[in-house]
Write a protein that binds this ligand. Structure first.
Ligand SMILES: NC(=O)c1ccc[n+]([C@@H]2O[C@H](COP(=O)([O-])OP(=O)(O)OC[C@H]3O[C@@H](n4cnc5c(N)ncnc54)[C@H](OP(=O)(O)O)[C@@H]3O)[C@@H](O)[C@H]2O)c1
Length: 261
């Protein structure tokens, strides 16, 4: 039987990077708390993890954009007596389109999920981690986080810049607490991400070269080694550096080109 205290929480566990994080954590002996909207996917994941690694998976199917969802989740986890040692804030959405033409609901969804839910969950679980003197948080940002702008994905790029900035600040604030925080910044990777908006057909996505498993492994390793920032893939690393270098107007034009079909 696995250690009752060895529990990791993964948001967005029903597909893509989140699914892969769950495999890596279970392989290393962690029990899991998994969150996403599609309950059937979470059930399948729990069954296969139990069969393959013998770890327990606690299912919390929910929409993290709903009002007070993060605080409800925190309360439910406490009621079950689960102490979260690792939090992977992975759930995120990216909608494509010109800002003025997009549904306000789509923009709200990105802000609520990519920013608000990630911030609230970090806050709730951080306090418990600090009190216990240990814990790890991995926030999933993006290559977009380094870019000065992302025309056609304006809100998404802005949300991911927030995640990188927040994580860099928390890292400094948390020194000496025993709690670490790392940010994973993947480049375009083939998952279910953005499929509804044909994001996968953008020039940007033609550059996708590494698998979701490789991205998750790089993030997981970096979190375990207490690294600050990880950008998987050499080409993505160059684009990340390029995004932060002056002249930033050049990076904006490159992003405009990449975020077109
Ligand atoms: N793939 C890329 O190219 C790429 C690049 C850079 C960064 N990222 C980031 O990586 C993270 C994971 O994305 P992915 O590529 O693995 O995409 P994905 O396959 O679409 O996975 C997204 C996950 O988030 C969950 N989710 C979406 N909306 C939710 C909501 N309202 N409440 C709860 N869960 C929700 C989804 O589950 P349900 O649909 O079942 O709720 C799914 O498990 C995101 O933060 C994304 O921004 C992706």
């Amino acid at each position: 039987m696995s250690d009752q205290n060895n529990v990791a929480l993964v948001t967005g566990a029903s597909s893509g990077f989140g699914y892969e994080f769950c495999q890596l954590l279970a392989k290393d002996g962690y029990d899991l708390v998994v969150v996403a909207r599609r309950e059937d996917r979470l059930e399948e994941l729990a069954k296969s993890i139990k069969q393959t690694y013998g770890q327990t998976v606690h299912l919390f199917p929910m929409d993290l954009t709903e009002e007070n969802a993060p605080s409800k989740l925190y309360k439910l986890i406490n009621e079950r007596g689960l102490a979260i040692k690792i939090l992977i804030n992975n759930a995120g959405v990216g909608r494509f389109g010109k800002f003025h033409e997009m549904d306000q609901e789509a923009n709200d969804e990105m802000i609520k999920l990519n920013i608000s839910a990630l911030t609230s969950l970090s806050k709730y679980f951080l306090n418990d981690m600090i009190n216990s003197g240990e814990g790890r948080i991995l926030n999933v940002a993006s290559l977009a986080s380094f870019q000065p702008a992302g025309p056609n994905m304006a809100v998404y790029y802005a949300t991911k810049a927030y995640v990188l900035s927040l994580t860099r600040s928390l890292r400094i604030e948390l020194k000496g607490t025993g709690v670490t925080v790392t940010v994973l910044c993947p480049g375009p990777t083939k998952t279910e991400f953005g499929s509804t908006d044909h994001v996968q057909s953008l020039r940007m996505f033609k550059l996708a070269s590494i698998s979701s498993r490789q991205v998750a492994e790089a993030g997981y390793r970096a979190m375990m080694k207490n690294r600050a920032v990880v950008v998987p893939g050499l080409f993505n690393k160059l684009l990340a550096i390029g995004g932060e270098l002056p002249p930033r107007q050049l990076a904006i034009q490159i992003n405009k080109f990449l975020l077109n079909k």
